[in-house]
Write a protein that binds this ligand. Sequence first.
Ligand code: GTP
Ligand code: MG
Length: 258
Amino acid sequence: MTATPGDADVPDRVRDMVAARQQRLANVGADPQALAEQLRQVFEEFTELRMHYQFGIDEVLTKVEILRKEFEQMHEYSPIEHVRTRLKSVESLVEKALRTEGEMTVRAIRERIHDIAGIRITCSFVSDAYWVAEMLAAQGDLEVLTVKDYIASPKANGYRSLHLIVRVPVYLSTHVEQVPVELQIRTIAMDFWASVEHKLSYKYERNLPPELREELDDAARVADDLDARMERLRGEIRPMPAHDGGLFAQRPAPTAEG
Ligand code: GTP
Ligand code: MG
């Protein structure tokens, strides 16, 4: 998964923020040795944190891969097209931890940042995106913490996707870690649009010229339309299983016309 738009200057900003903090610590007359010890400890905690989140990704990825393989072998059709994972870099994690303003302890950072571990699942059809979300949410050891349905309610810029934060248990040698993982589930058309939008936002640092903004708005409508047309063809490939309205009881029914 790519970094959030505007991440280009993250290293600079992080360096500045760290320097400012160091300055503040130095000003209160901190003992350099104690400071070094503190920094070493923080580094170790971050390394451990990232390891746990990587395990969280591994656990959820296994679930996704099992579904995909089962579908491919048993039904010769899988609602899952592509899967990508990403673990937030330390720089981007520290940047977000500072930006979201709170305690800089590992415990507090874990509590306020839920996208340290990310998995993006791409599907052919809109109904498959909901279906995959429902199948994962129904698994007993995955606890759904939040659901954001940007398909039913796209963002103002036209961004569409399903976002779920799920919590998965990771069994370590001495204890169980509950790790939140951000799932982004979307169609190929939504993914195509989001990836172009991300690249443009990155290039223009979010200040898109109006003509590009319009072009992107139009592309979002075209992607939406393509998804609707593909959805109508879907029945020819594989009828949707009966939908029991779990997580997304409110979602619009796929259109039957066409
Ligand atoms: P962060 O953006 O992660 O700080 O959190 P948030 O609470 O705003 O979450 P949200 O669910 O809105 O977005 C989480 C992730 O979805 C982002 O990090 C991106 O990967 C993706 N995303 C959200 N909005 C957009 C968008 O407008 N364009 C693109 N390309 N990706 C987006
Ligand atoms: Mg994010």
